[in-house]
Design a binder for this molecule. Sequence first.
Ligand code: ZN
Length: 415
Amino acid sequence: MIIKKFTIGMGDRFAHQGNAQLQAVIKAQDAGLDIYPTWNKSFREHSIVKSHPQDLRTEADDAVAALGWDKVYYVDADHIGLKTVDSFISGSNFYTLDVADFVGETPNAQDVDDFVTANQKYTGSLQIPGIASTFEVTEADLRQVAGKFLVAIKGAKDIYNHIVATKGDEHFITEVSVDETDLPQTPIDLLLILSMIAAEGIPAQTIAPKFTGRFNKGVDYVGDLVQFEKEFDQDLYVIKFAIKEFGLPQTLKLSIHSGSDKFSIYPIIKNLISKHDAGLHVKTAGTTWLEEIIGLAEAGGEALTIAKEVYAGAYSRFDELTGPYATVIDVDKSALPTPEEVNGWDSDKYVNTLRHVQSHADYNQNFRQLIHVGFKVAAEMTDRYTGALKKNEAIIAKNVTENIWERHILQIFGS
Ligand SMILES: [Zn+2]
């Protein structure tokens, strides 16, 4: 299976917004942007909202049928490992092989030596076509990258083999993600990781590195824009080089995880994918859930009450809910309104505090991040929450579609 050049990954915690999400992609197609939808959900999300991987397939199929989408679409088993992959086999046609568990595990010495031998030719002054400066690569660099990623990439191959054994190798897209590591990867790290991926025979079509800077959930990029631009440009040259050099799939492209809401780097990304005529996958996960809360708040009445209760619940369970996301959120507790304050808010005040419009005086990124991790509170409301989603479908759908289309697709892929 060949991946399309431009794909947008969309997560939907409660599986009610498939149509509204697809509508955003249809708007893109209508505007002449050749974007394709990918629905993604990780094992962790499924466990928290108690859904099954097959539910995501059903959601995607239903949306496609309802809106008459007759082009390709993908269902991504997001961040799966060997232990979690089985329930995703039948419903997915895109697998994000997660190797975070193995990163840093000590590889056996022979494997490291083999890797060093195979990549010796990249030591010294390395010139990547297109990049003006040269990179100085030492054998110690090779050993360091091998030490950190070799076990992980071999682990990815085990997952890949496991999928192929039941599904055959023709029917899915393979992504390798190394984004959930402690340190960002340099363009040379990326090159060496791609060398490992190719040596293992993993036909990766998307690779998710950890880029420089912070990619916090649901909020803007935090980091050095000049450095990001330089490395993203170099990463694109590295991808081109690696395709030729290692015989990786021609369609190999970068995948940006936690890619929603990174407004300050979208213009950079847009320019560079155009400069390189490169493909791109942007994965957004939690944004749609925030638009549900925005829609509920906007609707007012009982729906606004639910939005307020979600906040109060998240506020009172701060440590429990933010704990698992500690590395991908930065919430300044002192900048959070109290639930009592929020309970006094009208629809506009709630919506403007949460909606990601940075120029609005009421926008509060701390509030937004806390709601982002608060979906467990809504999940525990069970039918009361999903009932409200159904009852307020139109107003929520409008927010979901607008967010993906106007604030994401148009900013990243728009001409
Ligand atoms: Zn990721």
